[in-house]
Design a protein around this ligand. Structure first.
Ligand code: PPE
Length: 310
């Protein structure tokens, strides 16, 4: 990855190479951390973070689900992120807030290990490639099932949980595919390794519900609203695996990935990216770049210090 200049760490801006932790940090051993992924886009009104507050509020909820008390408020994190973007001089970037149990105590009930927090920003291009975003990706259903609510918390965006996504992604990448699709513990369609999933069936948009072990994606929520505003019907319901092969269109949504068409699932050809996918993808692009009046409220503009004149 390419370095930026500064990282925000426990309340201070520190040089990128000095944002280090002790090797006995709790989170490194047990995955006791929660994180977010956001993007800031260049818009006419300035650099803007897409749905900033919603992401930070999800971070707070993820922390609560694992009994982690965050030492900073949503407002403090929001201002810290604005300053970090400004000081690094980015007009667009990916943003990664992370809270984790740090160094001080080992074992599984380490209430005295401090909670540390960082926010990092860097440039992250198309997550599944420029070609994937344009022409669609080849996906495969992984043999690994998405973490079950009987053992973990699919609604939380927690560091340790990502071992599950990494197994699925590694398996399908080694088999030559671009992305993994995970089924839930019942064998119904859940999501991609780092994205939610949508299908078009008889002209209707379908996406798995909260009870299918999904992450409650903020891009998913945005796409549901955009699709409804464009006049499409969107249904949240269970999806059978074979429906992925029978669908007119399939696409993935996530902050890093944005909106990516799927052109193949398990070697079943779905063809070129479809009309509905294209329509929603274009509107989503307009929304994040500040070209859609009706979604301007989703953009949190990073204030620049007023120019000194005269
Ligand atoms: N499901 C999972 C498992 C997931 O990780 C993400 C985001 C989503 C769905 C979509 O959520 P949202 O970004 O709120 O629309 N994945 C993040 C991390 C990717 C990574 O490789 O790291 C992201 O897109 O930032």
């Amino acid at each position: 990855m390419e370095k930026a200049e500064l990282i925000w760490m426990n309340g201070k801006l520190v040089p990128w190479d000095e944002a280090n932790v002790h090797v006995l940090s709790h989170g490194l051993h047990y995955g006791t951390g929660v994180f977010e992924g956001l993007r800031a886009y260049e818009t006419e009104g300035g650099t803007a973070v897409f749905r900033h507050r919603e992401h930070l509020e999800r971070l707070v909820r993820s922390a609560q689900l694992y009994y982690l008390d965050l030492p900073y408020t949503v407002d403090e994190l929001r201002s810290a992120t604005h300053e970090l973007i400004r000081r690094n001089g980015f007009t667009s970037c990916y943003i990664r807030p992370l809270a984790f149990r740090g160094y001080g105590e080992m074992g599984l009930y380490a209430q005295d290990a401090p909670i540390e927090m960082i926010v990092a920003v860097w440039e992250w291009g198309a997550y599944l490639g420029d070609d994937g975003k344009r022409n669609g990706v080849r996906a495969k259903v992984s043999s690994w099932r998405r973490i079950s609510p009987q053992g973990l918390i699919p609604h939380a965006k927690a560091s340790g949980q990502y071992l599950n996504s990494i197994l699925a992604k590694t398996e399908t990448a080694r088999a030559g595919y671009d992305e993994a699709i995970l089924l839930d513990e019942r064998g119904l369609v859940c999501e991609g390794s780092g994205e939610n999933i949508f299908l078009v069936r008889d002209g209707t948009l379908v996406t798995p519900p909260h009870t299918a072990s999904i992450l409650d994606g903020i891009t998913r929520r945005s796409v549901i609203q955009i699709a409804r505003d464009l006049g499409y019907t969107v249904v949240e319901r269970d999806v059978a695996r074979a429906e992925l092969y029978l669908a007119e269109e399939v696409f993935l949504t996530g902050t890093a990935a944005e909106l990516v068409p799927v052109r193949e699932v398990d070697d079943h050809d779905l063809g070129e990216p479809g009309e509905i996918t294209r329509h929603i993808q274009a509107k989503f692009e307009d929304a994040v770049c500040g070209r859609a009046e009706e979604y301007l409220e989703w953009l949190d503009v990073v204030e620049q210090p007023s120019k000194v004149t005269g």
